[in-house]
Design a protein around this ligand. Structure first.
Ligand SMILES: NC(=O)c1ccc[n+]([C@@H]2O[C@H](COP(=O)([O-])OP(=O)(O)OC[C@H]3O[C@@H](n4cnc5c(N)ncnc54)[C@H](O)[C@@H]3O)[C@@H](O)[C@H]2O)c1
Ligand SMILES: O=c1ccn([C@@H]2O[C@H](COP(=O)(O)OP(=O)(O)O[C@H]3O[C@H](CO)[C@@H](O)[C@H](O)[C@H]3O)[C@@H](O)[C@H]2O)c(=O)[nH]1
Length: 440
């Protein structure tokens, strides 16, 4: 089959490459000519393990191309995926839909044949129905243009695996206008669905809500354990052991119960806020009130980390040398959108600390966002002469650090483990002050 994918960021580039991997002919479309040029030459413009191989294999096989031209895209296929960004609006909780609107407003006038537009971006409930009306009004093919929604659940760092082996597929269709979306997607995804993956067909609103509800649940689970960790810290209890014990209950499960610096990234924070904003517009403000608390527990982790850093530096950060290990919002990603680690690094600098940051993959993105921080080229370099070392993103190379790697590098043997990923006993035995965020 043939399809296009509008937006070639973390989601779109992965989706395009993986659809080609399934044997389809795919055209990725982006307004950023630099991104299109890189992808066309087989280079992934961001860090995503395994994506480069899939991209190059399919470019070489002639199944995968990229363009900035909407007319080329409209000509190329009648199945179009929409994967552009839906960031938080400046100064508001709501999602900024300008990019999805722009795709529809530019693409629809070019559709003079029946076409199916399938949204993959995360959008507020009601968006798909609005976009459908907008597309039908603008397209020469009119009512022969269908809009459906197939939300994406991939995780950065596992994007290829998650796309090719999803837990489930959800497709929202316009019940008022039965169309071809379901049959087109069943055919496109046939090789995936053959693996007995649940394929749930719903109305548009349900599909949109499944996505934001999933992220709200994950965010709630993380903030739950972080709230408990505040109590652990006050009592001297160990939140990691507590989470292990909770996790053995199959009804609870251990995943997403890692206490620490909390959630960040381009999805969970902005999605729970947009969900609250949309619920408010719909008159259901009370329903999602708890998400405010989820958000504030999460943000409190960051200020708590800064307080803890000041505490271990003798009460003030002024003039302290602080090493920050990790800048990406999570390991195996170079994404620094709403990164807790960088946020903490920035706050510590405002408190007068001299901050040296190291991250294995996210240094370029970090420099663009926080040009005034100091950046090191290795963990050891970042820790040079440090009064405290803060581990803020649990990259394996940090979790594997041993006290002897840093004993003679730092000025003071002080480790604050913001992700609870080190063995406290190892560090304490080697004469370090070890503090875990949310542990006694
Ligand atoms: N990143 C993830 O892991 C992930 C997972 C699931 C869902 N999502 C959702 O997917 C959407 C995209 O997220 P992302 O992380 O890939 O964002 P991103 O910022 O990495 O990528 C968006 C891309 O869209 C392009 N773009 C913007 N306007 C365009 C237009 N009019 N036409 C063509 N291209 C345009 C941008 O240049 C950019 O390359 C968001 O709604 C997000 O919530 C993301
Ligand atoms: O126990 C945990 C698990 C995660 N995190 C943090 O939570 C954030 C999000 O992690 P993760 O969910 O793995 O990353 P994303 O790539 O943002 O993926 C989420 O957001 C995507 C975009 O909507 C969805 O598609 C995914 O299903 C959903 O997991 C990161 O900052 C993690 O450090 C914790 O603090 N504790």
């Amino acid at each position: 089959m043939r399809c296009t994918v509008f937006g070639t960021g973390y989601l779109g580039a992965t989706h395009a490459a993986c659809m080609a991997e399934l044997g389809h002919e795919v055209l990725g479309v982006d307004i950023d000519p630099g991104k299109v040029a890189k992808l066309s030459s087989g280079e992934v413009p961001f860090y995503e393990p395994g994506l480069g191989e899939v991209l190059r294999r399919n470019i070489d096989a002639g199944r995968l191309h990229f363009t900035t031209s909407y007319s080329e895209a409209a000509e190329f296929a009648d199945l179009h995926f929409l994967g552009v960004g839906t960031p938080q609006k400046k100064g508001e909780y709501a999602a900024d839909l300008r990019h999805v609107h722009s795709v529809i407003d530019t693409l629809a006038p070019l559709l003079d044949r029946p076409a199916v537009i399938v949204g993959k971006s995360t959008v507020p409930v009601g968006t798909a129905a609005d976009l459908g009306a907008r597309a039908r009004a603008l397209a020469p093919a009119g009512d022969a243009v269908e809009v459906a929604w197939n939300p994406e659940f991939l995780r950065e760092g596992f994007a290829v695996e998650d796309t090719l082996h999803p837990d489930r597929m959800v497709l929202g269709v316009d019940r008022q206008r039965p169309g071809r979306a379901e049959s087109e997607l069943r055919e496109l995804y046939a090789r995936l669905l053959g693996e007995d993956i649940p394929f749930l067909v719903t109305d548009l609103a349900t599909a949109e809500l499944v996505k934001v509800s999933a992220n709200a649940f994950l965010a709630t689970k993380i903030s739950f354990i972080n709230a408990i960790s505040e109590v652990c810290e006050a009592t001297g209890a160990d939140v990691t052991q507590l989470a292990d014990a909770l996790g053995y209950d199959a009804r609870i499960g251990r995943r997403f119960l890692n206490a620490g610096l909390g959630f960040g990234g381009g999805c969970l924070p902005k999605d729970i806020r947009a969900f609250m904003a949309r619920a408010g517009e719909l008159g259901a403000n009370q329903a999602l009130h708890f998400l405010r608390e989820v958000d504030s527990i999460n943000m409190r982790r960051r200020t708590r980390m800064v307080e803890l850093a000041a505490q271990v530096c003798g009460g003030s950060l002024l003039g302290a040398n602080v090493a920050v290990l990790g800048a990406a919002f999570k390991p195996e990603s170079d994404d620094v959108r709403d990164s807790p680690a960088l946020n903490v690094a920035g706050m510590m600098q405002l408190h007068g600390a001299v901050v040296s940051v190291y991250d294995p993959k996210a240094l370029d993105n970090s420099r663009r966002l926080f040009p005034t921080l100091n950046y090191a080229t290795s963990a050891v370099e970042a820790c040079d002469n440090a009064d405290a070392v803060l581990l803020l993103t649990e990259w394996a190379e940090f979790a594997d650090l041993k006290p002897e790697d840093l004993n003679d590098v730092v000025r003071a043997r002080v480790m604050v483990d913001g992700r609870n990923c080190l063995d406290a006993a190892d560090w304490r035995t080697a004469g370090w002050v070890y503090r875990g965020l949310g542990r006694g």
